[in-house]
Design a protein around this ligand. Structure first.
Ligand code: G3P
Length: 214
């Protein structure tokens, strides 16, 4: 499973990339707004931090506007992937962009049928938001299982990005199901590393090393 970091924060992305475990980045307008910087400049900087895909989202609601934004975004760097919302106009835009070889991530996916349509439209990635489903008492991971099954049935090339991840169990379940990618907030990446027995073990080895005669 590939790991993307779900962040627009340069410090977090640099730190996560230095761990050697990050294959890509996903951003959204909420994450970009937190950085209080012009989006284009920020995305340029993020794209230079790693060779992998960096998702940047359009905000138009009409396919023509989405396509115009996508063309503009794709000029920022080779590794830009354009995020379009899973609405009628977003599907139209994904279909047009597929013909132009501009990579797309169809986002805000909350049902398996929506994911099926994203794949049919030629999306490179689809992003089901599992945490937001959990928030409304629906099992987000059940959606990932369904999409995985459907994409396997028909050998769709669209990659599943498990998004809206909130905790390490989400990551574990995504990997067990066989999702292509999990996009993970920095705080959760840090949680994945931590284990109390590792910390106790490291401490004990340091103490015992001191006892070795020099
Ligand atoms: O990047 C999209 C997604 O991961 C957002 O997560 O926590 O705002 O539902 P969240």
């Amino acid at each position: 499973m590939k790991i993307f970091i779900d962040s627009a924060n340069i410090k977090e992305i640099k730190e996560a990339v230095s761990l050697g475990v990050v294959d890509g980045v996903t951003t959204n307008p909420t994450l970009v707004a937190k950085e209080s910087r012009p989006a284009k400049q920020l995305l340029e900087e993020i794209c230079a931090l790693l060779p992998g895909p960096v998702s940047a989202e359009v905000i138009s609601l009409e396919s023509s506007g989405m396509v115009a934004e996508a063309r503009e975004l794709s000029r920022i760097a080779k590794n830009i992937v354009v995020k379009v919302p899973l609405i009628k106009e977003g599907l139209k835009a994904a279909a047009i962009l597929a013909k132009e070889n501009i990579k797309t991530n169809v986002t805000l996916c909350f049902s398996a049928n929506q994911a099926l349509l994203a794949a049919k439209a030629g999306a490179d990635y689809v992003s089901p938001f599992i945490g937001r489903l959990d928030d409304i008492s629906q099992e987000g991971m059940a959606l990932i299982r369904d999409i995985r099954q459907i994409f396997l049935n028909y050998k769709f090339k669209t990659q599943i990005i498990v998004a809206s991840i909130r905790n390490p169990v989400h990551v574990l379940e995504a990997a067990k199901i066989g999702a292509d990618i999990a996009t993970i907030p920095f705080s959760v990446i840090e949680q994945l590393i931590k284990h109390p027995l590792t910390d106790i073990g490291v401490q004990r080895f340091i103490e015992d090393y001191k006892k070795i005669p020099k």
